[in-house]
Write a protein that binds this ligand. Structure first.
Ligand code: PLP
Length: 471
């Protein structure tokens, strides 16, 4: 493909993208293909000779699009969103064109310096103390792994990096509601899943601090070494908030690393009415939230903040001769702030998004989503037979269908599972589920960039209609 053909096709693709967004509501939100259906449509061997772009693009439309679940559809209410927005798409277009590899300052000074600046912006927008410094990681899973490794190394004076584990006695604490990425990080860090202690939650699904303290005291008495606590602000199941201040005091008393996982709900911290969640932030050592979830910035973009950058850099830095540069002492080299050496230019999309919306525009968007969640709650509570299963903190509603004549929990679980499949099979909306205290729970998250009131009313009607067919 020469540059003239590129110009022609690039313009056609922009037209296709505009069409796609204009028509996105007409696609089944959740892809309806069967396992292996796409795989079997792709030839077993690569083409030996050049194929025309027209053919490649036509196959993209015929083969690939049917196998896509449309995360950007305003009828997507499953999981947590992985939002994009038009300014973010434009930035990604430029990023892929420039295709710089931004491992060090010298390999693209603008990428490093823009990343530093927009992370100051983000830090101040969400109200973290000004001693926190930030870096973009690919995901919250990676950020949490980075945090646990930093805790392990700073606690052992960087000994395990040097000579490996001899006799692991470390314990990590989180609640029973924390995200599976914490377990993954504890496994990978060599601490081991059996040393992850899951503390019970209260009736709002928040960690119970007195049980945390008791558990640590028992561990100390048995010769274990408490290392790190992970507090979640906005759990994946129900956006529950762990009581940061009380947990923070315990972390301080026992001299532990406190990591905060606010992957989804962190975006809401730009709103003054959510600042209460951060009470006790002064006890935290690290903090993560994902602009790629609810801040309209393409996946991947996870903002990781640390109190002590030197602990982070000492854990991850390696300086082989071929990577030494003259500017090493005076600029940030983000390859030393995490796991990967090579890095994409991810700050650009954040910069485009924040400037294009403005902080006020972002606030307005989030408040709109939260108001739609309130609307959905009021629709649900007007009709009989639905039960809300967890406090609605922002824009996630946990609920189930509970007709008057059924009280058996197993039966309720099976009819709600059936209801979820029926709803999703319509292709008209997409919800996901969790289990809260053993109850099969439908999760409706209202955070898609271009969702509006009409979509909420439609979603409610689809849920209602399908529930009526179930008894
Ligand atoms: C989504 C989520 C994660 C994982 O996010 P990734 O960026 O996909 O790794 C971690 N913790 C919480 C609370 C989440 O909601």
């Amino acid at each position: 493909m020469d540059i003239n053909k590129f110009e022609k096709f690039a313009k056609e693709l922009i037209d296709w993208i505009v069409e796609y967004y204009n028509n996105i509501e007409n696609f089944p939100v959740k892809s309806k293909v069967k396992p292996r259906e796409i795989f079997n449509k792709i030839p077993d061997t690569p083409p030996q000779n050049s194929e025309p772009f027209e053919k490649i693009f036509s196959d993209f439309q015929q083969i690939i699009i049917p196998g896509i679940t449309h995360w950007q559809s305003p009828k997507f209410f499953a999981y947590f969103p992985a939002n994009t927005s038009f300014p973010s798409i434009l930035a990604e277009l430029l990023t892929s064109a420039i295709a710089a590899q931004c491992m060090k300052w010298e390999t693209s000074p603008a990428a490093t310096e823009l990343e530093e600046k927009v992370l100051y912006w983000l830090r101040d927008m969400i109200g973290l103390p000004d001693y926190f410094l930030g870096v973009i990681q690919d995901t919250a899973s990676t950020s949490t792994l980075v945090s646990i490794l930093s805790a392990r190394e700073s606690f052992t004076n960087y000994r395990i990096n040097e000579s490996g584990f001899e006799n692991n006695k470390f314990r990590v604490y989180c609640s029973t509601e924390t995200h599976s990425s914490i377990e993954k990080a504890v496994k990978i860090s060599g601490i081991g899943k059996s040393n992850l202690v899951k503390i019970p939650v209260d009736d709002k699904y928040s960690m119970i601090p007195t049980l945390l303290k008791e558990s640590m005291e028992e561990d100390l008495a048995k010769g274990y070494i408490p290392l790190c606590i992970i507090a979640t602000l906005g759990t994946t199941g129900s956006t529950a908030i762990d009581p940061l201040e009380e947990i923070g005091k315990i972390a301080k008393e026992f001299n532990l690393w406190l990591h905060i996982d606010a992957a989804f709900l962190g975006s809401a911290l730009i709103l003054p009415e959510y600042k209460w969640i951060l009470k006790g932030i002064e006890y935290a050592d690290s903090f993560v939230f994902n602009p790629h979830k609810w801040l309209f910035t393409n996946f991947d973009c996870s903002a990781y903040f640390v109190k002590d950058v030197s602990a982070l850099v000492r854990t991850f830095e390696i300086i082989p001769e071929y990577l030494k540069t003259k500017s090493d002492k005076i600029t940030n080299n983000y390859c030393d702030w995490g796991i990967q050496l090579g890095r994409r230019f991810r700050a650009l999309k954040l910069w485009f998004v924040i400037r294009s919306y403005g902080v006020n525009g972002l606030k307005e968007k989030l408040r709109y989503h939260i108001s739609l969640a309130k609307k959905f709650v009021s629709l649900l509570s007007q009709s009989e037979g639905f039960e809300i299963l967890a406090p609605v903190i922002a824009n996630l509603i946990c609920f189930r269908y509970k007709p008057k004549n059924i009280s058996d929990e197993e039966k309720l679980n099976s009819i709600n599972e059936l209801l979820l499949h029926k709803i999703n099979n319509t292709g008209k909306i997409y919800l996901s589920h969790t289990k809260l205290k053993g109850k099969f729970t439908l999760r409706m998250v209202i955070g898609q960039t271009y969702v509006s009131e009409k979509h909420i009313e439609e979603a409610y009607n689809i849920i209602l209609e399908n529930s009526k067919q179930i008894n």
